[in-house]
Design a binder for this molecule. Structure first.
Ligand code: CP
Length: 304
């Protein structure tokens, strides 16, 4: 059975194939008829044990654009609340003849755990602070679209690296494609193992922005935060928030990204988020084509 559990398990050639497939689907979804019949015989369950707007809707739309049958599950309205286990929940859903599972879960490694107990393809839609592979793929795809390539670009990931699955998946994906990667944030929000990942580390935002071509601004994950980790939100915004004034002080025009949801006025001001340097909504648009590509490529293996 084939899965997408993390970027850690991919090769550079896998990312290239996903991007080339996404290029074709991007063209399809910009046509007046946005659907293809490719996955008429595939059924997909979207299992969300944690909140989501972008990932949940974009997976559902990607599946529907491919003509798959789709069922949606939110833990909050389910029998998980009555104590049903993850494996029981998923096996009950699979007995309804489901071929593929897209899962977001708060526990790191939930997808890997599930892959050892069920017989269906699994796509990780975010597992705790571990990985968010489709986010990293759509982020790199958006850099490729905006700047022509990922190879050789200086990309800084700014902010709450410690709690971020987006950071880890982006580091793996960017390095596989030959980008130079830096992380920047307060020491309290940088994991101890960060030096082992082969990235530059910087605590001064201005120096990081002077170095980079692209700044990927992470959300401060207040829901995963221990109060002792953190400067106050006000201090964070002062030291690590990107403002128009800061961007204008640089001697080049950098590209601003954010995976969403944004804490406006904390990681970036509204003026920056909505500026022509921001590709935040392009990232969201590209998420549909990337997820179509991932699902299509995995489903092709189910059908073999
Ligand atoms: N970027 C992202 O994962 O957003 P959601 O949590 O809204 O899915």
């Amino acid at each position: 059975v084939n899965h997408l559990l993390g970027i850690k398990y991919l090769k550079t050639s896998d990312i290239k194939l996903i991007f080339e497939t996404a290029d074709q689907f991007k063209e399809v979804i910009n046509r007046p008829i946005k659907k293809v019949p490719s996955l008429r015989d595939i059924t997909i369950a979207n299992l969300f044990f944690e909140n989501s707007t972008r990932t949940k809707l974009s997976f559902e739309l990607a599946e529907k654009r491919l003509s798959a049958d789709v069922i949606n599950f939110s833990a909050a309205q389910s029998s998980v609340k009555k104590g049903e286990t993850l494996i029981d929940t998923v096996n009950n859903i699979l007995s309804m003849k489901v071929d593929m599972v897209v899962m977001r879960h708060p526990s790191p490694g939930a997808g890997v755990f599930l892959s050892k107990h069920i017989n269906a393809s699994i796509v990780n839609a975010g597992d705790g602070a571990h990985e968010h592979p489709t986010q990293a793929l759509l982020d790199s795809y958006s850099i490729r679209e905006a700047l022509g390539s990922v190879k050789g670009k200086n990309v800084v990931i700014v902010g709450d690296i410690l709690h971020s699955r987006v950071a880890l998946s982006n580091i793996y994906a960017l390095k596989l494609q030959g980008a130079n990667v830096m992380v920047c944030g307060p020491k309290t929000l940088l994991p101890k193992y960060i030096g082992d990942l082969g990235v530059k580390v910087e605590t001064n935002l201005k120096k990081a922005l002077d170095w980079c071509d692209v700044a990927n601004m992470l959300r401060v994950q207040n829901e995963r935060m221990d109060i002792s980790y953190f400067p106050s939100t006000r201090e964070y915004a002062q030291q690590y928030g990107v403002t128009k004034q800061l961007l204008d002080s640089l001697d080049k025009k950098i590209t601003i990204m954010h995976p969403g949801p944004i804490n406006r006025g904390v990681e970036i001001t509204s003026e920056v988020a909505d500026s022509d340097q921001s590709i935040i909504l392009n990232q969201v648009e590209n998420g549909v084509a990337i997820r179509m590509a991932v699902i299509y490529l995995l489903a092709s293996k189910i059908k073999q």
